[in-house]
Design a protein around this ligand. Structure first.
Ligand code: OSB
Ligand code: MG
Length: 372
C-alpha cells in the first residue's frame, strides 16, 4: 500500500449524560480521528484516550503530540504491505498505546477496504451477532441508578456493569439486587481500592456478581493475586493488561479469571489478537471494553469482538446511549434482544459521515508522504 496522506483531527462530542467513574466525570468527549489515504481509498481510526490522564497516563493532548511527532512520521514514509507491519515500526515508542492504536486500526480499515472485505473477516472473526452489556456510571443517587438500570434492561441489554468507588459500592449493589434479583451484574472500580480493603471487598461476594473489574492499582498484578485468592467472585483485569505478556503473567500468577480487551489500551489489533489468543489457550474468557468511543472506535470494537474467545457480553452498546448524533452511518444499533448484528460492509462496516465530522472538528493537521 502506498500511503499518500495521513490526516489527524480532534473532534468534540458532548455526551447525552455525564459519565462518572472512580477517577472523575466526563461530559465532553474529545477524540482524535485518523484518516489514512491511499489510491482513492480512506481508512479510519480513533484515539480512545480520555480527556485527562486518570484512567491511564494518556490524554487527548498526549495522543495528539505522540501521533504528530512520533507515530505518524515513521508510518508515512514506510513500505506497508500489511497492517501487521505497523506495530513493529512503532515498537520503539514506549507506551502511548492509544495513540499507536489510532493509526494501526486506521490502516486495518484502509487495507480491508482495499481488499473489499470487512475487517472482521481478515481477523478470522466468526461471530455474526454479539451480546451487549452496558456500563453505567456513578449517579447522584441510588434511585437514579436504579432507574437507569431499568431503562437499559428494557432496551434489551444482557449485562449491567456499574462503576463503584469507596462510599458507592456494597450498599449500592445491595439495593440493585433487592430490585433486580436475577440480572447479570458486575462492577468496575477503576483501581479505587487497595489490598487493605480486602475485607470490605469480600462483602461483594454475597451478590452473585459476574466479575469485579480492576479493583486494585492500575499497574498492579501481584496484589490482585492476593485478592483473587480471598474472593469467590472472579476478578477481571482492564487497566493492568497492556499486552499479551501482561496477560500471560496475570493468568499464570492467578491475578484474574477474565480479561477485558480494549484496542486502544493494547495498541491496536495486532496486540489485541495476541492477548485474545493467550487467554484462549488458557481458557480465560475475554470481552471487549469501551472508552466512550465515537461510532468509528465503536465499529472497530465490533470487528474485534467477532473473535471466538470474546464469549462474555462487552461494553459495546448503541451510539444513541452516548451521542445525539454519531459520526457514522448507520449509527451503531442494538436489537431488542441486546444483540449487535455484525455489518458485512467493507472495513469497519460503517460509513463515516464527513458532513457531521466536519461540524464537530476543532483542529486538523495533514501530513503528506514524500513517496507520492
Ligand atoms: O474502565 O471500562 C472502563 C469508560 C471510560 C474509561 C474507562 C472505562 C469506561 C467504561 C465505559 O466503562 C464503557 C463504554 O460504555 O464505552
Ligand atoms: Mg474498566
Amino acid at each position: 500500500m502506498k500511503i499518500e496522506q495521513i490526516e489527524m483531527r480532534e473532534v468534540q462530542m458532548p455526551l447525552i449524560s455525564f459519565f462518572e467513574t472512580s477517577f472523575g466525570r466526563t461530559t465532553l468527549r474529545r477524540v482524535i480521528l485518523i484518516r489514512v489515504f491511499s489510491d482513492g481509498v480512506v481508512g479510519y481510526g480513533e484515539a480512545t484516550s480520555p480527556e485527562g490522564p486518570f484512567y491511564n497516563h494518556e490524554s487527548t493532548e498526549t495522543a495528539w503530540h505522540i501521533l504528530e511527532d512520533f507515530v505518524i512520521p515513521p508510518i508515512l514514509n514506510a513500505k506497508i504491505d500489511h497492517p501487521l507491519d505497523v506495530a513493529p515500526l512503532l515498537k520503539r515508542i514506549r507506551g502511548h498505546n492509544m495513540a499507536k492504536a489510532a493509526l494501526e486500526t486506521a490502516i486495518w480499515d484502509l487495507y480491508s477496504r482495499n481488499l473489499k472485505k470487512p475487517i472482521y473477516q481478515l481477523l478470522g472473526g466468526s461471530r455474526q451477532t454479539l451480546d451487549c452489556g452496558v456500563s453505567i456510571g456513578i449517579q447522584e443517587s441510588i434511585d437514579e441508578l436504579l432507574t437507569k438500570i431499568e431503562r437499559e434492561l428494557e432496551a434489551g441489554y444482557q449485562r449491567i456493569k456499574i462503576k463503584i468507588k469507596p462510599g458507592w459500592d456494597v450498599r449500592v449493589v445491595q439495593e440493585i439486587r433487592k430490585r433486580f434479583q436475577k440480572i447479570v451484574l458486575m462492577c468496575d472500580a477503576n483501581s479505587a481500592y487497595k489490598l487493605q480493603d480486602l475485607e470490605h471487598l469480600k462483602s461483594l461476594d454475597d451478590f452473585g456478581l459476574l466479575m469485579i473489574e480492576q479493583p486494585l492499582a492500575w499497574n498492579d498484578i501481584l496484589d490482585h493475586v492476593q485478592l483473587q485468592k480471598a474472593l469467590k467472585t472472579p476478578i477481571c483485569l482492564d487497566e493492568s493488561i497492556l499486552d499479551a505478556e501482561d496477560a500471560r503473567k496475570a493468568i499464570e500468577a492467578g491475578a484474574c479469571q477474565i480479561i477485558n480487551i480494549k484496542l486502544g489500551r493494547v495498541g491496536g489489533y495486532s496486540e489485541a489478537i495476541k492477548v485474545h489468543n493467550v487467554c484462549h489457550s488458557r481458557q480465560i474468557p475475554v470481552w471487549c471494553g469501551g472508552m466512550l468511543e465515537s461510532g468509528i472506535g465503536r465499529a472497530h470494537n465490533i470487528a474485534l469482538s467477532t473473535l471466538q474467545n470474546f464469549s462474555l457480553p462487552g461494553d459495546v452498546s448503541a451510539s444513541k446511549r452516548y451521542f445525539h448524533e454519531d459520526i457514522v452511518d448507520p449509527a451503531i444499533e442494538v436489537d431488542p434482544a441486546g444483540k449487535i448484528h455484525v455489518s458485512p460492509g467493507l472495513g469497519i462496516g460503517f460509513q463515516p459521515k464527513m458532513s457531521r465530522i466536519n461540524k464537530v472538528t476543532v483542529r486538523m493537521k495533514c501530513f503528506r508522504s514524500k513517496q507520492s
